[in-house]
Each structure stands twice: as structure tokens, then as C-alpha cells.
Write a protein that binds this ligand. Structure first.
Ligand SMILES: NC(=O)c1ccc[n+]([C@@H]2O[C@H](COP(=O)([O-])OP(=O)(O)OC[C@H]3O[C@@H](n4cnc5c(N)ncnc54)[C@H](OP(=O)(O)O)[C@@H]3O)[C@@H](O)[C@H]2O)c1
Length: 265
């Protein structure tokens, strides 16, 4: 495989970093020149990563192409390029459907959608792939978990999960802020929360047959402190409001309107 990227931003940087930290990392990589600083930094760090003079040169020298530009400019960027029928194109552009991409990159026959997350840089997390694709499953499988789905609507639904990250950190920060208001030093509050939540995050893996609500019940002993918070938040419809937000994000993803998933680069 000779792997090219159109768009060298946060996600490309994460994939290349993850790839080049893996044991078997012999895949040569060609980057499009924008973002200049990120592309130059990656090429400097890894000997078999180079920056092409322009986007077309990436296509001309690679067999596998990852599309990693923002959706807003995808039409304009792709319309200018000449793809080959035998290119294997993997679109990382979360909000453009596979059909839409296939139209823009004709005559390419093999088009796959993939949704990796920035933690791929540390070879953690999971990449969703649609439709199932043996080559890409093997590629992303070296960089974390792979979930292959047949149905594009299932891909869209799974994508909604990635919109919950910021709220998760807000949840942790609410606890941290409360602790500091009650006399706990900021560093200690932060450290305690990080350690405890890391252990909690491991719980479903250590008990794979236990559902999330079983784990919740395990901690929410009757009349106990966990039960109090769960009951009070439930009574205030916090979880219903959260589910409504998931619906809203899903509508945006299905309509191709969500501008981006990850943090700003
Ligand atoms: N970041 C995530 O967590 C994440 C997760 C899943 C999917 N995605 C998808 O991945 C794609 C990239 O996201 P990102 O977060 O990596 O965005 P990003 O950091 O903004 O990267 C996009 C890159 O495209 C470059 N670019 C602009 N115009 C270009 C052109 N004409 N030709 C080639 N490259 C051009 C930009 O360069 P300049 O900086 O010079 O403008 C920028 O470096 C998006 O479609 C997003 O939906 C992102």
C-alpha cells in the first residue's frame, strides 16, 4: 500500500502518528501540502512520509487515498482532481455520504467511509468502517479497534457517539469545580478524578456481560449517595434532555449538516 492524504490537518496527523508508532509501520505516506506546518512536521519526524507538491501529485503517486478535508470545501477540492478507477478511496469526511463522495471522485470503484477519532494517534479508540472492507479493516485494526457496518444509517447512528465527548469533559469539570470550591487543591481534584474515572472506564471491559445499568445499580445502593444523585438528575430530566440532544445531532449528521466532530486544530 502507498497511502496518500488529501488534507493534512488534525485527523491526518493523528492517523500518521498512530501508524508510524506501530510495530509494522512500513506503509509509505504522501501528504498534500496543506496544512504546510503539520505536513512539514510529519515529514521531518518520519523518514517515509513526504509532502507532495500538490493534491494531484498525491493521487498520482498513491494507490490508497484518504480524504481528510473539511466537508465545506470537499466539493471544490475534489472537483479539481483526476482520480483513477483503481484508486481505493477512504473518505474520513464524516458528514458526506459515500454516494456523494463516489459521484465527486468518479471513476473510482472502491469507496469506503471510515470514522477514526484523534486518539488513533495513541492507537486507542475505534474506527467505524462502512461498508465492510478487508484492507481498511486490517489497516485500522493495527491502530485500535475496528467496527465494520453494512448499513450507512447504522454508521450515522454510531457517529453520534463522537458528539458526546465535550459533554463528558464538562461533567468531569463540574466535579472538579465543585471540589475546588470546597477547599480541594485544583491539582489534587484533577488527579483524583482522572484516576477514578480511568478505573470506572475499565469496568465494562472487566465485566463484559454486565450492562451499563447493571453497573449503575451496582454503585447505586438503596438510600446511598450514588442513588441520590442518579435519582435527582433523573427527576430533573437531565438524561431525557441528553437523549434529545443525541436526536438533534443525529438529524444533523443524517442531513449532512454537522460542520465537524473533533476539536479545532
Ligand atoms: N478531527 C476529528 O476529530 C475528526 C474525526 C472524524 C472525522 N473528521 C473529519 O476529517 C476531516 C478533517 O478533519 P480535521 O479535524 O483533520 O480538520 P482540519 O484540522 O481542519 O484539517 C483539514 C485540513 O485540510 C487542509 N486544506 C484546506 N484546503 C485544502 C485544499 N484545497 N487541499 C488540501 N487540503 C486542504 C487544511 O489546511 P489549512 O490549515 O492550511 O487550511 C487543514 O489542514 C473532516 O472532514 C472531518 O469531518 C475529523
Amino acid at each position: 500500500m502507498k497511502l496518500g492524504f488529501i488534507g493534512t490537518g488534525a485527523l491526518t496527523s493523528a492517523i500518521v502518528t498512530g501508524l508510524k508508532s506501530a510495530a509494522d509501520n512500513s506503509v509509505p505516506v504522501v501528504l498534500s501540502p496543506r496544512n504546510e506546518e503539520i505536513a512539514a512536521g510529519l515529514a521531518l519526524r518520519y523518514p517515509d512520509v513526504r509532502v507532495a507538491p500538490d493534491n494531484q501529485a498525491v493521487l498520482d503517486s498513491c494507490d490508497t487515498i484518504m480524504l481528510a478535508v473539511r466537508p465545506q470545501i470537499a466539493h471544490e477540492v475534489l472537483a479539481e482532481l483526476r482520480f483513477r478507477r483503481d484508486h481505493h478511496v477512504v473518505s474520513l469526511i464524516a458528514t458526506l455520504s459515500r454516494e456523494e463522495i463516489a459521484t465527486l471522485i468518479a471513476p473510482v470503484e472502491q469507496v469506503t467511509k471510515a470514522l477514526p477519532m484523534p486518539m488513533i494517534a495513541h492507537r486507542q479508540g475505534a474506527t467505524i468502517i462502512c461498508p465492510p472492507d478487508r484492507r481498511m479493516s486490517a489497516f485500522f485494526g493495527r491502530l485500535g479497534k475496528v467496527i465494520e457496518v453494512e448499513d450507512p444509517s447504522e454508521f450515522d447512528a454510531l457517529s453520534v457517539v463522537t458528539a458526546t465527548f465535550a459533554s463528558y469533559f464538562k461533567y468531569l469539570d463540574t466535579i472538579r469545580g465543585w471540589l475546588t470550591e470546597h477547599g480541594v487543591a485544583d491539582a489534587r481534584a484533577h488527579d483524583y478524578i482522572v484516576t477514578i474515572f480511568k478505573a470506572l472506564a475499565n469496568a465494562p471491559e472487566t465485566a463484559p456481560d454486565t450492562g451499563f445499568m447493571d453497573l449503575a445499580q451496582h454503585y447505586a445502593t438503596r438510600g446511598g449517595l450514588n442513588e441520590q444523585i442518579l435519582r435527582e438528575l433523573t427527576a430533573r430530566n437531565v438524561f431525557d434532555a441528553f437523549a434529545e440532544s443525541l436526536d438533534g445531532v443525529h438529524r444533523r449528521i443524517a442531513a449532512g449538516a454537522a460542520p465537524r466532530i473533533g476539536p479545532p486544530s
